[in-house]
Design a protein around this ligand. Structure first.
Ligand code: NCD
Length: 326
């Protein structure tokens, strides 16, 4: 567990954004409200605000990514920051020294923020602990551990559709065991006080000890979907699976694929979410992914506003610390 004081300073301001755990609803809702104020920037003729002019943001991606990388890049650009994308590629040398050398090199270029994606759990907090004090670190997904901006954009999307977060019944369906998205979603939904979080998956894809997170476990999709307000689908993360945990993707779809028929078990106004990338015909059928209840592309769009909010709040708090220092 990451100590709260690594992320939040004594005035309650964000220094780094590494995990949802321990942040509390007040701060999470403040980020969502800030994101609301940025949501319209993309609709303007000039899609920019000058908030982070003169700041340098580095997207430091050790793992491939499309949506997360591009929306972080657009978020930085819409805040008028200078942004650099560094794809370090699938590096297995994650033991510290190489990473520290990369860090020192980028610090020498006088950057203000690192957005980090890494296959190793804990990589973003490692960087936050070892980087220069004026640099903010944002976690863009680390191993199976956390993907906090994804969880926030999910909350943002749900709030936009449902108005409130309290009282909702939510099902997270699929590869819970290997998903950093699921872990962050569970922490975020718990913090804001939804009525019920269900996780739905075959036994082999449910991590041990998941009940201690306060979720209800369902092994049958037809039971797990009944009367829910929100369905959050997850991709089968084959690259993280160890050994044979599933007979075949065909069989997985047969038991756990979201079809129109199964969707009708949820509330009539239920929304369908997916962080992407989608595997059509594996966890979700095209009719549902492209259907009227799907909000998958809105998640992508809102991801920009939410990432703008996280960048503005973390770098803004650093700027005000600089000002208050003698
Ligand atoms: C997720 C990720 O990379 O953790 N995708 C994303 O960020 N949009 C989920 C996934 O890869 O399945």
């Amino acid at each position: 567990m990451i100590r709260r004081d690594l992320q939040v300073d004594t005035h309650g301001r964000l220094k780094h954004f590494l995990t949802i755990e321990g942040l509390g609803s007040e701060l999470l809702l403040r980020i969502l409200d800030t994101a609301e104020s940025f949501a319209g920037v993309g609709d303007r003729a000039v899609k920019k605000v000058p908030l982070l002019r003169g700041k340098t943001i580095v997207n430091l991606f050790f793992e491939p990514s499309t949506r997360t990388l591009t929306t972080f890049e657009l978020a930085a650009k819409r805040l008028s920051a200078d942004v650099l994308n560094i794809n370090v590629g699938a590096s297995s040398t994650t033991k510290g020294e190489t990473l520290l050398d990369t860090l020192r090199t980028l610090e020498a270029m006088q950057c203000d923020m690192f957005v980090v994606r890494h296959a190793q759990s804990g990589a973003a907090s490692f960087i936050a602990r070892h980087t220069a004090p004026h640099i903010s670190v944002v976690n863009g997904g680390d191993g199976r551990h956390a993907h906090p901006t994804q969880a926030l954009l999910d909350l943002f999307t749900i709030r936009r559709h449902k108005g409130v977060l309290q009282g909702l019944r939510i099902a997270i369906v699929g590869d819970i065991a290997n998903s950093r998205v699921a872990r962050s979603q569970i922490h975020a939904l718990t913090a804001v006080g939804v009525a019920e979080i269900r996780v739905v998956a075959p036994k082999t894809l449910i991590p041990s000890g998941v009940d201690s997170l306060g979720v209800r476990v369902f092994y049958r999709l037809t039971e797990g979907l009944r009367d829910v307000d929100v369905i959050m689908m997850l991709r089968l993360q084959k690259e993280r699976m160890q050994g044979a945990v599933l007979p075949s993707t065909h069989e997985y779809f047969h038991f756990y694929g979201l079809t129109e028929e199964r969707l009708s078990l949820a509330k009539p106004d239920a929304i369908v979410m997916h962080p992407g990338p989608l595997n059509r015909g594996v966890e979700i059928e095209s009719e549902v992914a492209d259907g009227a209840q799907s909000v998958i592309l809105e998640q992508v769009r809102y991801g920009i506003a939410v990432r703008m909010a996280v960048m503005a709040l973390t770098l803004g708090s650093h700027a005000s610390r600089e000002r208050s220092e003698p």
